[in-house]
Design a protein around this ligand. Sequence first.
Ligand code: SF4
Length: 391
Amino acid sequence: MGIHPAEAEDPGPFEEIERLAFEPGVCAIGETGLELRPGAPPLELQRELLASHAGLASDLDLPLVCHSRGAEAEIVEALGALDPPGAVLHCYTGPDGPALEAASRGWFIGFSGAVTFRRSETLRQTLAALPRSSVLVETDSPFMSPEPVRGRTCEPAFVMHTARAVAAAWGMPFGEACSILAANSERAFRQGASARPSVIYLLDGRAYVNLTGICGNSCRFCIRNTEDGLGGYLLAHGGGEPSEERVLSGISRLPRRGLSEMVFCGYGEPTSRLALLRRAAGLARSLGWRLRLNTNGLALSSFGQDEVLEVVRLFDSVSISLNAWDDASYSGICRPSVPGAWESLLAFVRLAVSAGPRVRLTAVAWEGVEMGRVRAVAEGLGLPLVTRGGA
Ligand code: SF4
């Protein structure tokens, strides 16, 4: 997601790029970059636009895809100072020095159909001199169609011809080269085994914060049992937790326009990281967001009442998962890892009501959940119950 440097004189509002960067499937920021061709926008404006992209890439922890035209040394130098979390020198046609420097920094060099052209012997030598782990192939579609389809509108299928040129430069069978190139692409764009979950995702006009994969419960209906994510986003944390920096920088970056509220929810229990939840919700509040907490209501099992109260007060509304009607049913359905979970849940409900936010209870319509009895508990507490289908 980005604005080409050729548009640097009139790039439009960068906020559009910031907003779109949170859509599912966005795996890099760019293409951005520098070009020194005659008639190109002033270099200073291009550098400013490049820096905006690099800042966004850093805040969202995404690689930066960089265009360079006659400015390969300049782009590598600029990237050295901007220090993005990853970089791809896209459609590389420059000399070997900047490419080797980029590879030494762990960045990737993308070769398009240009590497197949008869007169591109020097470029093929550059390719051969690079560590194989740094090489990508790409289409640059609709341009740069490789031999033997040069001159036609480039399309993704043609990348196999570029991959053949790479295999020839490496002196290895085509299939072996493809395996290396595919693995490189997965690392460059964090796909497959290198994939990372989204920390912020957008659904139905709301922003959701996926703070943690930790949860003390093991509910029978939990979506984590069956799906890695939803809405096109990968959300399962796979054992790792997003850093505080990544959570806070994501919240800072997301424009509020068109989004009704920010919900702390995700693929785990947000109060499991109570200190981070407090900081993240405090930041979002200072940025003007309406805030909702979706919780299993077990924070008092792990944290003190004052600590929990301070966090709950940051929210405009709190949704608490009930799903049961007594201690035994809660143990059977939600399978908590802490003793006294049902009583702790009820204590949290009372605390949330006293703290001021709008409180509602939720229950999943799942085999074994006797909704009439759950509803009676909600009525006894004087709170609305929202039911939804199971995973
Ligand atoms: S409380 Fe929520 S995240 Fe935790 S196991 Fe139950 S459904 Fe899943």
